[in-house]
Design a protein around this ligand. Structure first.
Ligand code: ADP
Ligand code: MG
Length: 283
């Protein structure tokens, strides 16, 4: 069974004037079909305004479809009785860690989720330490979140979601506010969630390099999925990606240029290491 399944999903934002009359409609998600199996790591790419966040908010029942259906662990997200089940199955990490951290001490913050769920105290602490270890923040457990860097704070937010033992974690542009070091730390933690902990991961980003490790990539534009496939398949389409305003990794661009100049390189090179080793084979 698919852990997440969207069928012909459509979502319209409706604007109303001061009298409550409909003033305009924005179709933010337009007929999306997508399924994610337990243990998958998928990435959703797309420039600003392409509908990524609107789609993500359907997965943990913050928004409900205008048309179509989305199932999480077999449950229709429209069904009110499953709201808390769904929120526990699919945890969300947002862009700005400052809006997610509420505790004054790291370990307390990470414990809030399981505490609210009514987990027994002894188990809360086990979960807190386990989650902090997974994201590499155990040593900082007694610190104040205010003293941490952006990347560290974001890893604490991830630990907070992890402590609720979700089957799936959705990260909506978790690195958008971070410097390059912070971005690397967070992406490393996200990969560990999937590789080591076998948690289903949905990573939303507009940095293509961050999607390299996904099993499958979906590219959104104007609310629709316009391109999908394994990273190599998607990254081959350099011209198409640039049309979609996505910044293609430097190594991919360079390989594309070299190929255009007649160098017999394979399609879909996504990292510098790969480019170098392919060039070595030729030279
Ligand atoms: P992304 O996350 O890819 O940047 P969004 O899902 O935030 O895209 O936005 C998709 C579209 O919906 C955009 O045209 C955006 O302007 C519009 N939109 C997003 N949030 C709202 C809202 N609360 N009210 C009205 N329109 C919105
Ligand atoms: Mg967004």
């Amino acid at each position: 069974m698919d852990l997440i399944k969207a069928k012909n999903l459509i979502f319209d934002y409706i604007r109303r004037d001061k009298d409550g009359e409909v003033d305009g409609v924005t179709r933010a998600v337009n007929n999306v079909n997508l399924s994610v199996k337990q243990g998958d790591f998928i990435a959703i790419l797309g420039h600003n305004g392409s509908g990524k966040s609107t789609f993500a908010k359907h997965i943990n029942s913050i928004l409900h479809p205008t048309e179509g259906t989305i199932y999480v662990d077999g449950k229709d997200t429209r069904d009110e009785q499953y709201l808390w089940d769904i929120r526990q199955t699919a945890g969300m990490v947002f862009q700005n860690p400052d809006n997610q951290i509420i505790g004054t001490v790291v370990e307390e913050d990470v414990g809030f989720g399981p505490e609210n769920m009514g987990v027994p105290t002894k188990e809360i602490w086990e979960r807190v330490y386990e989650s902090l270890n997974i994201v590499g923040m155990y040593e900082y457990r007694k610190k104040s979140p205010n003293k941490l860097s952006g990347g560290q704070k974001q890893r604490v937010s991830i630990a907070g979601v992890l402590a609720m033992h979700p089957k799936c974690i959705i990260l909506d542009e978790p690195t958008a506010m971070l410097d390059p070091v912070g971005r690397k730390e967070v992406i490393r933690a996200v990969r560990a969630l999937n590789d080591v902990e076998k948690i289903t991961v949905i990573l939303i980003t507009h940095y293509m390099e961050e999607a390299i490790y996904a099993d499958r990539i979906y590219v959104m534009d104007k609310g629709s999925i316009v391109l999908e496939g394994e990273p190599h398949e998607v990254f081959e389409q350099v011209d198409r990606l640039e049309q979609l305003s996505l910044s293609v990794p430097e190594a991919t661009k360079m390989a594309h240029e070299l190929r255009r100049k007649g160098v017999p390189l394979k399609e879909g090179i996504i990292s510098e290491d790969e480019l170098v080793s392919e060039l070595m084979k030729i030279l």
